[in-house]
Design a protein. Structure first.
Length: 351
């Protein structure tokens, strides 16, 4: 278990400073760009070099690297079809044509939404900035290409009553010795921790037992890019996790080879992100809740904190957002709720 209680930072809610170094300083190996990224062409070589830079120098998360590789593979294929085998030959018109292709789709790809196309363009713009900086190209043809503006979508949160229904449905009652009892305790602990800490599902399944300090009520979460943060957890989550550790995890661990992972699957290995999503979806089905996504409990955690009066910068720290602007989208949710309550409750709200 984590030793000692960390010192809180200033501010309401006592958000805590993260550990100065992540659990592991080892960076993932650079993904292999492969022949689909241009083979031995200069463009393919530039893409492979850029992906290696993102993996080793920037320390991007594996999922982010996978998205960049997928987007840049398609970019290289489109540019190759336009006769642009060298990254230095690509023009601004070529980049704009790529963006048009994303939005319109082709025989092998459906049209992309504005948000998905904008995300793909981010990878392309990063590639060309890198190529210019490293002397692989004499100019940056993507710098003035603006991404399409996606419609603003507010995060979907559920009410406290719905959260309680979801958590209650996570573990169906079972008799002692029932093979499903251990998984039920695990599922309840997982969802309680997700709502109690605001962690992403990928962060929760990445936890090791030593990341917990149940005595003082803290968990060390490794966020995006390996950035760690310390998050307090409440009594409900502590009790659910403790019950899982004492009464369920040993049984699940006996089916495997052991290991440090906090949440285990039925074979004794680390629970995957897909496995955790299935746990959430099953609980939502039992609770008769629709439109529950992997981020639902994280959105609800943030919204309920702000509704309760928490400072937005404290919520930013708890969520691990690099910019407070990202967190402020939750304040729009609470303002929208206030408008709805006012419109339905005030006697002179409507004519």
């Amino acid at each position: 278990m984590m030793g000692g209680s960390p010192e809180p930072t200033a501010g309401r809610g006592a958000a805590l400073s993260p550990s100065p170094t992540p659990r592991s300083a080892t960076r993932p190996p650079a993904p292999d760009a492969g022949p689909a990224l241009g083979g031995a062409s200069a463009l393919g070589s530039a893409v492979r070099t850029y992906l290696g830079h993102l993996a080793v120098e920037r320390g991007l998360a594996a999922n982010t690297l996978s998205s960049y590789r997928r987007d840049l593979r398609r970019y290289a294929q489109i540019q190759d079809g336009r006769g642009r085998a060298d990254i230095g030959d690509i023009t601004e018109d070529d980049v704009r044509a790529y963006l048009v292709t994303l939005r319109e789709g082709d025989d092998d790809h459906p049209p992309l939404s504005a948000g998905s196309a904008a995300r793909a363009l981010v990878a392309v713009r990063g590639l060309h900035r890198f190529a210019l900086r490293e002397g692989l190209a004499a100019r940056d043809p993507a710098g003035d290409v603006k991404p399409p503006t996606p419609p603003r979508r507010l995060p979907k949160a559920i009410s406290l009553d719905e959260v309680e229904r979801l958590l209650a449905a996570a573990s169906a009652p079972s008799a002692p010795g029932d093979p499903g009892a251990a998984r039920g305790l695990r599922d309840r602990a997982l969802l309680e921790l997700l709502y109690g800490s605001g962690a992403r599902i990928s962060e929760a399944v990445g936890l090791d037992v030593d990341d917990l300090d149940l005595a003082d009520g803290f968990v060390r979460v490794a966020g995006k890019g390996g950035k760690a943060r310390i998050v307090p957890i409440g009594d409900y989550a502590r009790e659910a996790v403790d019950a899982y550790l004492v009464r369920a995890r040993p049984e699940l661990a006996a089916a495997g080879r052991g290991g440090p992972a906090l949440f285990l699957n039925a074979r004794g290995g680390r629970l995957s992100r897909q496995g955790a999503w299935m746990v959430l979806r099953a609980a939502a089905d039992r609770a008769q809740l629709s439109e529950v996504s992997p981020h639902t409990l994280r959105h609800s955690f943030a919204t309920h904190l702000l509704d309760g009066g928490a400072d937005v910068r404290v919520v930013q720290e708890l969520l691990g957002h690099a910019s407070v602007t990202t967190t402020q989208v939750y304040t729009l949710v609470t303002v929208q709720l206030l408008r709805e309550v006012y419109a339905t409750s005030h006697p002179r709200a409507r004519t």
